[in-house]
Design a protein around this ligand. Structure first.
Ligand SMILES: CC(C)(COP(=O)(O)OP(=O)(O)OC[C@H]1O[C@@H](n2cnc3c(N)ncnc32)[C@H](O)[C@@H]1OP(=O)(O)O)[C@@H](O)C(=O)NCCC(=O)NCCS
Length: 210
């Protein structure tokens, strides 16, 4: 069963992770092909993401998806708000017929440290530096921070977010393989968003629902 994680967040909102094991033809039986993605594996990831939307909402109108100037895919009639992410052989999706949503999935790897200066503010860096005696926890949490900010970027959808300036993670609550973050969002007058995350098979998946 390729849908290996599913979470019904509330009455209107569902998320899921699809493990990609099928050939392109399987997804093309249901997903309209636009030919915009040409790299073979990227195409498979793209198709799997779209397909997974129909696995959480059977009536999801894939053929109505359009791409905004910002590159955010959306449905013009807002029947569903949705967000898609892929990493390696996993595709994560979230969709809602009421709430705005954003999702991101990332493989946990030391490569995140190379870009950490670009997305971590000073207080966030200090919090993570204080975890240097537990390097695996530090690495997981750094990936969670990145994934959470990417999920917010997608939730927002209008681009122009500076991850250091506009997004600051101020609290983390970890519980087993799950957790939540508070993130101050310094755009549109400012607000605090709650981001949920889940650690699974060496990946982080983070999502936001408002
Ligand atoms: C757009 C972006 C979020 C995609 O993330 P990614 O890790 O490259 O790829 P993911 O697999 O997680 O997500 C890709 C999906 O996001 C969606 N997407 C693309 N652009 C989007 C946007 N502007 N808003 C919302 N969703 C978007 C699409 O559904 C896409 O998949 P699809 O083309 O198969 O449908 C990322 O490239 C980006 O621009 N991030 C912001 C970077 C940034 O500003 N960094 C500053 C600090 S370093």
């Amino acid at each position: 069963m390729p849908l290996f994680y599913q979470h019904n967040i509330n009455e209107s909102t569902r998320m899921a992770i699809w493990r990609i094991e099928e050939p392109e033809a399987f997804f093309l039986s249901r997903v309209p092909s636009h030919g915009s993605v040409t790299h073979p594996y990227k195409k498979l990831q793209h198709l799997a993401g779209r397909y997974a939307l129909t696995a959480i909402f059977e009536d999801f109108p894939l053929e109505e998806i359009v791409i905004a100037d910002t590159q955010k895919p959306f449905l013009p009639n807002d029947r569903y708000h949705f967000s898609i992410s892929h990493s390696g052989n996993l595709a994560a999706v979230i969709a809602s017929n009421r709430n705005r949503v954003g999702i991101d999935i990332e493989l946990i790897t030391g490569r995140i440290k190379v870009i950490s200066e670009k997305f971590l503010g000073n207080k966030e860096k200090k919090y993570l530096n204080d975890l240097e005696s537990v390097p695996q926890v530090q690495l997981e949490l750094m990936t969670v921070y990145w994934s959470a900010k990417e999920a917010i970027f997608k939730w927002y959808g209008d681009g122009e977010i500076d991850f250091r300036k506009h997004l600051e993670i101020t609290a983390v609550r970890h519980n087993g393989s799950n957790g939540t973050l508070d993130c101050v969002f310094r755009k549109n007058g400012g607000s605090t968003l709650t981001v949920h995350y889940h650690l699974v098979s060496g990946f982080v998946v983070a999502w936001v629902v408002t």
